[in-house]
Write a protein that binds this ligand. Structure first.
Ligand SMILES: Cc1cc2nc3c(=O)[nH]c(=O)nc-3n(C[C@H](O)[C@H](O)[C@H](O)COP(=O)(O)OP(=O)(O)OC[C@H]3O[C@@H](n4cnc5c(N)ncnc54)[C@H](O)[C@@H]3O)c2cc1C
Length: 265
């Protein structure tokens, strides 16, 4: 097994390192181990400087709020980056665009847009993650997804170089992007359209009510974490067109399966 990484092996930074930092305890599922070293950069320049100076053999993982992540009991080797408040800004603009840093919560982006009379971002209110997580997997719900509203994303790579990416360059498809794994998103600009704040709020309330009716939202559930299979995957598995993931789980006899404290709903 790969040896643990220690702070002494890492470059000097203005932000904060924490060795053996608990991750599972602050994750969505409240389960799992620690990070060898947790790094909270002071700002964008600190993040880029860290990446350019961090030895190539040290694994680097970036996390949002871990709503699409199960932390292994054995913990995460290397450096885990969690961006802090400096990366959580949201700005609603005159041209009905919303600029958000990558640690901003999707729900806060939706709320800010609603207040400014910017429609089209309501679906973000239903996703319990961050902008960075949404960019990584083209998050979406109820017929809308991140790529529909994305103008551009900003990222920094493992060498500390900055990039601006359009949705086409990101190869976005259903719950998937083709962006290199080492890219860390730092922000994005979304395009909305003029709307009436009250109507936007009503739309978001509808999304919330639909969730509450159909999902156990008060539990630590994976919710709609499972992506549905593609048409090609269904053909390969000999399943009828339109079969949903929950039906495959049922077919496999796994509905209600319990292991320790985890239950397949
Ligand atoms: C109850 C529940 C309901 C959900 N409903 C939906 C839904 O309707 N639609 C939907 O799409 N998803 C849904 N999800 C899944 C999840 O909320 C989304 O995938 C969300 O986008 C994850 O964001 P996060 O910040 O929690 O990312 P994390 O879980 O922390 O990370 C997920 C992935 O994104 C990467 N990542 C995170 N931040 C960055 C960054 N700044 N730069 C580069 N990579 C990054 C991580 O490395 C990891 O690979 C649901 C989850 C739960 C628990």
């Amino acid at each position: 097994m790969r040896p643990s990484v220690k702070e002494a092996e890492l470059p000097a930074v203005r932000g904060r390192y924490t060795e053996n930092a608990p991750l599972g305890a602050v994750s969505w599922f409240r389960a799992g181990g620690t990070a060898d070293v947790l790094f909270k950069p002071a700002d964008l320049e600190d993040l880029a400087a860290f990446l350019s100076a961090c030895p190539a053999q040290v694994p680097v993982t970036v996390l949002g709020v871990m709503s699409n992540m199960i932390i292994r009991d054995g913990g995460v080797r290397g450096v885990v980056i969690r961006l802090g408040g400096e990366f959580a800004g949201i700005e609603a603009r005159e041209d009905h665009r919303v600029a958000a840093s990558s640690m901003a919560l999707d729900s806060s982006v939706a709320a800010k847009a609603a207040k400014a009379g910017i429609a089209g971002l309501e679906f973000f209110s239903g996703i319990p993650g961050t902008v960075g997580g949404a960019l990584r997997m083209n998050a979406g719900c109820y017929g809308a997804e991140t790529k529909d509203i994305l103008i551009r994303a900003e990222a920094v790579d493992r060498q500390g170089r900055f990039h601006e990416l359009t949705p086409d360059q990101m190869g976005m498809s259903y719950r998937h992007t083709e962006v290199p794994e080492d890219y860390i998103f730092t922000g994005a600009v979304f395009q909305g359209r003029p709307g009436d704040p009250a109507a936007i709020e009503a739309h978001m309330a509808g999304i919330k009510a639909r969730r509450a009716d159909t999902q156990p939202i008060r539990e630590k559930t994976g919710g709609s974490t499972f992506a549905n299979p593609t048409a090609e995957e269904l053909v390969a598995a000999g399943q009828p067109e339109g079969t949903k993931t929950w039906q495959l789980i049922e077919l496999a006899g796994c509905r209600g399966l319990r292991m320790g404290g985890a239950l397949m709903s």
